[in-house]
Design a protein around this ligand. Sequence first.
Ligand code: PBG
Length: 334
Amino acid sequence: MMTPPFPQSFPATRLRRLRQAGWVRSLTAENILTPADLVWSMVVHDGETPHIPVEAMPGVERFNVAEAAAAAKRAAGLGIPAIAIFPHIDPARKDEEGSEGLNPDGLIPTCIKAMKDAAPDVGIICDVALDPFTSHGHDGLIDAAGYVLNDETTAVLTEQALVQAEAGADVVAPSDMMDGRIGAIRSALEEEGHTNTMILSYAAKYASGFYGPYREAIGSATALIGDKKTYQQDPANTEEALREVAMDIAEGADMVMVKPGLPYLDIVRRVSETFAIPTLAFQVSGEYAMIQAASQNGWIDGERVMMETLLSFKRAGASGIVTYFAEQAAQKLD
Ligand code: PBG
């Protein structure tokens, strides 16, 4: 890149010349958003009802297995390359250890199979974490004081990732922030012959208020005891994010994620510039909810803001965006 000073003086240079018409704006656009940049963040549930609206996320519905399979077909038609699925299970199936997360006949394995049958070319990404399955809403196992145990949790997450890989998940995506889990999961996948199962590490994941609506979506809102600050990152930190990413790459991550998205674009930029690895950004539930709420009130043009935020992730250097807007945005781009 050329660094100033270089000759740019008015009126020889009028930057507005390049903005005068659509064709020249397109020609000179530095970034572009396409459906291939989107990962559809999708909530699935283990009941019969085809779709159940999520109140805090207008426009988002929990799908049953059949609807999730139908949605995977729609994703294929729209050119959306992958879907990230998140489970909402019957609270009666939750326990302290989150053991339903290891059930090979549970909601996620069932969904993976149905979705792969319906749309074999759409990538399926599975969250590796225990919070949708634990009675206390934490991502891992807790001790008597409620502290989330690292190594014990990693052992369970490794089992969970194997169950998902076994069911046909293309990508396992640990979102729990335990130390050492990427290495443990990679070794187990290799040992069991899942050498092509990819790992997308939620490497830089912050303890964020923006996950609020998600907790309603997966039904862990009422369950959560305390907060996640002893395992997720402090929003004050940048250097720590780079260390997290470096370690996860060393342990075998194929792709990394920064989460939340919009308030952390600086982290997306730093990570994508520092490491030669695909970097995804997660436009999380609270980001989605804010746009929808303002839009419903007539305070912003929701569709325009949706597209603008999605493009901003590309501008920051993201190779892809996990978003609840994926279907709507892909339709608009079509
Ligand atoms: C938990 C997990 C969370 C999200 C994805 N996986 C919430 C949390 O860490 O508390 C949030 C997604 C969203 O807000 O859209 N493992």
